[in-house]
Design a binder for this molecule. Structure first.
Ligand SMILES: [Zn+2]
Length: 292
């Protein structure tokens, strides 16, 4: 089976044909232009899809809360104004005359990791991605747990500091307001304004910069607190952690060590793993919507 897949992200729409044996052909990217609104995103998506031929079905991974039954967008934030309510499945099925399935991008990434990545062979795991915010997905008994509205796994909005820092969701004290990759860089900049990126931060640590090592330590303290709670709630086989900073061995090791200090003995068999499909996870996940 050949599935034409698209992964609609903040800045680009990734496209490619994914085969039933897990290969990607003709990978390409087009601009999302999310700020120009949902209608423009759909135009860009359609013109991207039109460049392909020779496929059996279409799988879409997209930002926003997705109604899996009818393939429409229940809710999307201000990154794509007017995207809420878009009937993605209907529009594409009418245009392309092929079966179309649509799922949220974080969920797709988790499904992709389960098919061909770090989650291969596992039945119970949690995925967390540390970026501007913290995205999450839950796989239980080999299946994606979606919740009633398809939004389960919003780990970034566990409130760990009541009345604390303002979060992008409008509430205060959420996990992602303390433990996102963005916050790590902000903390570093506060201590030393000459540090402007995560890459710079890790370079300084490797040269023995103690101030920056302290920043990483403070961040892992926050990040580990959320992870330990999740391990106690779900008792998963593994945590699959993604995002640029987790590719840094220093960050991954610091986080695991601090989290293990907080995790009860009977839960210590949990494995800390790195997501390993990178920016292709969403495309692979979108293909699985037709493969199962
Ligand atoms: Zn929040």
């Amino acid at each position: 089976m050949r599935i034409l897949c698209a992964d609609i992200g903040g800045t680009s729409i990734k496209l490619g044909i994914v085969t039933g044996d897990g290969k990607i052909f003709d990978f390409t990217e087009v601009a999302t232009e999310g700020k120009k609104g949902g209608a423009r995103v759909m135009e860009n998506l359609i013109s991207g899809l039109l460049a392909f031929e020779g496929y059996d079905a279409i799988g879409i991974s997209t930002a926003g809360q997705v109604d899996r039954e009818n393939g429409s967008i229940i809710y999307a934030n201000e990154n794509i104004p007017g995207y809420t309510g878009t009937k993605v499945k209907d529009i594409l099925e009418k245009r392309f005359r092929k079966p179309v399935e649509v799922e949220n991008d974080v969920n797709c990434a988790a499904l992709g990791e389960g098919w061909l990545g770090a989650g291969k062979g596992l039945s119970d795991y949690l995925c967390l991605t540390y970026g501007t915010g913290i995205g999450g997905a839950i796989i239980l008994g080999g299946k994606l747990y979606r919740g009633t509205g398809g939004s389960a796994g919003e780990f970034g909005h566990m409130i760990l500091h009541p009345g604390g820092r303002e979060c992008s969701c409008g509430k205060k004290g959420c996990y992602e307001a303390y433990a996102s990759a963005r916050l790590l860089v902000e903390m570093a900049m506060e201590k030393d304004p000459s540090v402007t990126s995560g890459r710079e931060l890790f370079a300084r640590i490797s040269y023995g910069d103690e101030k920056m090592a302290e920043v990483l330590d403070e961040w892992s303290e926050e990040a580990s607190t959320g992870l330990a709670s999740l391990v106690h709630i779900f008792n998963p086989q593994a945590l699959i952690l993604g995002g640029g900073i987790l590719e840094q061995d220093t960050a991954a090791a610091a986080l695991e060590k601090k989290a293990r200090d907080l995790i009860m003995d009977s839960f210590q068999n949990v494995r800390f793993m790195k997501a390993n499909l990178g920016n292709k996870a969403g495309l692979y996940g979108a293909a699985t919507l037709h493969l199962k």
